[in-house]
Design a protein. Structure first.
Length: 259
C-alpha cells in the first residue's frame, strides 16, 4: 500500500507488470456471465458461481496478489464485518421507509418475485444471493479485478475501470426487466426503446454502485463491507418485494370477496 491516499487500504502500484493477466480475467468474466445467464440451467447457478469464484481467485494469486491485496486478509475481517452489519441495517431502514409510501412502494413490484413460493424466496435470499451472486461478483470485481488494476495503474483508474466493467456485467441480466417491473416500465417505456433504456439504466446504476462498493472496500480493507451492502440491496429487496406483492394480492382478494 502506497501513501498517495493515507488511511485507505489498497494494493501498491507496481511498475512493469504484464497486461495479459488482465485480459485473461476479462475473458473469464465474459464467459462466466454468458454461462450464468444464457447457458447453464438455473439449478446449476450456485455451482457455476462457486467455480467462477475459485477460478478468478486462482488467477489473482498467480498474478502476485496476496489475500490482503484482494481485500481478503484476516487482519481486516472485523472492520469489514462492522461495515457489512451497518450496511444491512441501513438498507433495511431505507427499504422499510420506502415500503410505507405508495409511490416508492411501486419500485418493489417485480412480478417474477411475487410468483415465488415462500421456500423459493428463502432459498434465493439466504443461499443463492449471498453464496452465488454476491460472492462471485465481489470476488471478481472488488477483490481480483480491482487489485490487479490497482497494482498496474493505481487506485483511481482501478476504481473507475472495475466499476464500469461491473456495470457492463449487468447487460444480459437486465434485458427484459422493464416488462416485469411496472415502475421501471413506466420510466423507460415499452418495446425496443424501453428494452434499450432499461439496459442503459442498469449499466449506469450498477457502475455507480461499483464505485460505492470499491470505496467501502478500500475504506475497510475488506470485501466483506461491500458484500454486506450488496446482499442487503439484493436479498432484502427480494424479501420486501415478495412481502408487499403478497400483501397487495391478499388485500385485493379480500376487497373483491367483499363486493
Amino acid at each position: 500500500m502506497d501513501l498517495i491516499f493515507p488511511g485507505l487500504i489498497y494494493p501498491e502500484q507496481v511498475s512493469g507488470l504484464p497486461w495479459w493477466p488482465l485480459a485473461v480475467v476479462v475473458i473469464a468474466l465474459v464467459l462466466i456471465n454468458i454461462v450464468n445467464n444464457r447457458v447453464a440451467p438455473q439449478t446449476h447457478y450456485l455451482m457455476w458461481a462457486f467455480a467462477g469464484s475459485v477460478l478468478l481467485l486462482a488467477i489473482g494469486l498467480l498474478d502476485g496478489n496476496d489475500f490482503t491485496d484482494m481485500g481478503l486478509g484476516f487482519a481486516y475481517l472485523l472492520p469489514g464485518l462492522i461495515w457489512a452489519v451497518a450496511s444491512i441495517a441501513l438498507i433495511t431502514l431505507v427499504y422499510f421507509i420506502s415500503s410505507i409510501f405508495r409511490k416508492s412502494r411501486e419500485a418493489f413490484a417485480d412480478q417474477r418475485i411475487g410468483a415465488m413460493s415462500g421456500g423459493r424466496l428463502a432459498f434465493q435470499t439466504l443461499v443463492e444471493v449471498p453464496f452465488g451472486t454476491v460472492m462471485l461478483e465481489e470476488i471478481a470485481f472488488r477483490a481480483v479485478l480491482f487489485s490487479m488494476l490497482a497494482r498496474r495503474f493505481g487506485v483511481i483508474p482501478a476504481l473507475i475501470i472495475s466499476s464500469v466493467i461491473f456495470g457492463l456485467w449487468h447487460i444480459l441480466p437486465s434485458i427484459g426487466t422493464h416488462e416485469n417491473n411496472p415502475a421501471l416500465g413506466s420510466v423507460v417505456g415499452t418495446g425496443r426503446r424501453g428494452a434499450v433504456l432499461a439496459v442503459i439504466a442498469s449499466v449506469v446504476t450498477t457502475s455507480l454502485a461499483g464505485i460505492l462498493f470499491v470505496g467501502m472496500r478500500i475504506l475497510s480493507g475488506s470485501v466483506l463491507a461491500p458484500m454486506g451492502f450488496h446482499w442487503a440491496t439484493n436479498g432484502l429487496g427480494y424479501f420486501f418485494s415478495w412481502f408487499l406483492l403478497r400483501h397487495r394480492a391478499r388485500r385485493e382478494r379480500r376487497d373483491f370477496g367483499g363486493e
